[in-house]
Design a protein around this ligand. Structure first.
Ligand code: ARG
Length: 258
């Protein structure tokens, strides 16, 4: 009994120490300022938010984060990393900020600190069969989603789905639908819109929203001065027309949360 209690206490202390130690690996706002550059990680495979045009990283979130860095007076240094590794790299201090269309969830907020949302969207159902539109139509169906996403979390909650197929990249999930290996693909509304326009021959149709979410960038858990500075810069570009122009360029509409 005593031994158990000691072990439990040791574990609690260890967990606490680990929690407190985590932000120490991340760079402070002061260090970032002194260095003159902020290291930003994204995926680079989620058009039109973050993707490659040849060797050039581009997209709505690249423009937004570049504008945020400009307001902060620092130079952005970009890294493109697999989606699954992005948030963990913050705790390890491998980069200062992540912007990759992460929906704000309770689970993620335990591990990282989210900035204010830079857009609002949601997961939609895409299928070739126009009878597959809503959550109820997914019963008995095979559904493709990207690994580690809120699309996966939300599809898992639907009763009766025959199979959820995971793909490391969202484009592979889309391809599974296009080639008929699954019945539906769940992805972001704006990603779906662009994919449908880019592949008109595939016969994919957009169904209903499965859920809505607020999308934000993130920093290492507890890095308050840095997140406050990002929030201040985001508010500034939202107020001075920079954000509106970027949003119009990519979506012909303003995608900020209302
Ligand atoms: N919005 C979804 C989420 O929060 C998907 C994000 C996917 N982002 C990406 N760069 N592939 O999980």
């Amino acid at each position: 009994m005593n031994l158990l209690r000691t072990a439990a206490r040791a574990l609690a202390l260890f967990t606490l120490a680990a929690t407190l130690a985590a932000p120490a690996d991340a760079r402070t706002l002061e260090e970032i300022r002194k260095d003159g550059r902020i290291v930003i990680a994204t995926e680079g495979a989620f058009a039109p938010f973050n993707f490659f045009e040849g060797k050039q990283l581009t997209g709505f979130e690249i423009d937004v984060a570049n504008a945020i860095a400009a307001k902060m007076g620092v130079k952005p240094e970009w890294k493109a990393i697999g989606f699954d590794a992005l948030l963990a790299g913050l705790q390890q201090g491998r980069w200062d900020m992540v912007i990759a269309s992460h929906g704000i969830t309770e689970e993620r907020a335990k591990a990282v600190t989210f900035a204010d949302p830079h857009y609002c969207s949601g997961g939609v159902i895409v299928a070739k069969d126009s009878r597959i539109r809503g959550a109820g139509d997914l019963a008995g169906r095979k559904v493709a989603v990207q690994t580690g996403t809120t699309y996966l979390d939300n599809v898992k909650k639907i009763a009766g789905v025959a199979e959820v197929k995971n793909f490391p990249q969202d484009a592979d999930a889309r391809n599974a639908l296009a080639t008929g290996r699954v019945d539906a693909w769940v992805t972001d509304r704006f990603v779906a819109k662009q994919a449908l326009a880019a592949h008109p021959g595939a016969g994919m149709k957009m169904g209903d929203f499965l859920f809505v979410e607020r999308i934000a960038s993130a920093v290492a858990k507890g890095n308050q001065p840095l997140v406050a500075e990002i929030d201040r810069a985001l508010a500034a570009i939202m107020a001075d027309g920079t954000y509106a122009a970027i949003s119009k360029k990519w979506f012909h509409e303003d995608v900020r949360c209302k």
